[in-house]
Design a protein around this ligand. Structure first.
Ligand code: 5GP
Length: 184
């Protein structure tokens, strides 16, 4: 892979607001490309195949692991998630700033493989606010909310290992800070 200074990892606990910030970045900068991950979790209402995720069976996901077709992969809240290598390579070759929105274990794998990648962790203003946001989103069942909230403490602890951390008080301010870091 070349042009790795334009390889960005964005991580943060479920509900912190990664999706909203990313939407803002993609609207403003056409040279940023968001990698579409594969997952074994079921689609949420309104999510589309190939747009939000590639929704795979566990069998297919494991075949892809065996064939080394992922840049990274991890388990999160009972499901598998991974970044398909082929499309990322193609977009880097095309000169895009490639953005990976992934959880902490995957971020660690990418950083290990490509230390030049810039890693950014999005923090919530507080645990209470994170819970309020994840519940307010209304996309998860109680069991999934609990798994995600339990996981968030571990993830926030890991934020120290990232190149940058940004507290997401509001989208505008956070987007400006990330743009300063990425310099698109
Ligand atoms: P969700 O189910 O809420 O869409 O995603 C759950 C978590 O999986 C989020 O923290 C998200 O960043 C992470 N995630 C999404 N795609 C990937 C991926 O390709 N690899 C890894 N390691 N994590 C991912």
């Amino acid at each position: 892979m070349k042009n790795l200074n334009k390889f960005i990892i964005l991580t943060g606990p479920s509900g912190v607001g990664k999706g909203t910030v990313i939407k803002e970045l993609l609207d403003k900068y056409k040279n940023i490309w968001l990698s579409i991950s594969a997952t074994t979790r079921a689609p949420r209402n309104g999510e589309k195949e190939g747009e939000n995720y590639y929704f795979l069976s566990e069998k297919r996901f494991k075949e892809m692991i065996e064939k080394n077709l992922f840049l990274e992969w991890a388990q999160f809240a009972g499901n598998y998630y991974g970044t398909p290598l082929s499309s990322v390579n193609a977009k880097i070759e095309d000169g895009y700033i490639v953005l990976l929105e992934i959880e902490v274990e995957g971020a660690k794998q990418v950083k290990c493989r490509y230390p030049e990648a810039i890693s950014i962790f999005l923090l919530p203003p507080s645990h209470e606010e994170l819970e309020r946001r994840i519940r307010g989103r209304g996309t998860e069942k109680e069991e999934s909310i609990n798994k995600r909230l339990i996981r968030s403490s571990y993830e926030i602890e890991k934020s120290k290992e990232f190149d940058f951390s940004v507290v997401n008080h509001n989208v505008d301010e956070t987007t400006k800070k990330i743009i300063k870091i990425i310099n698109p």
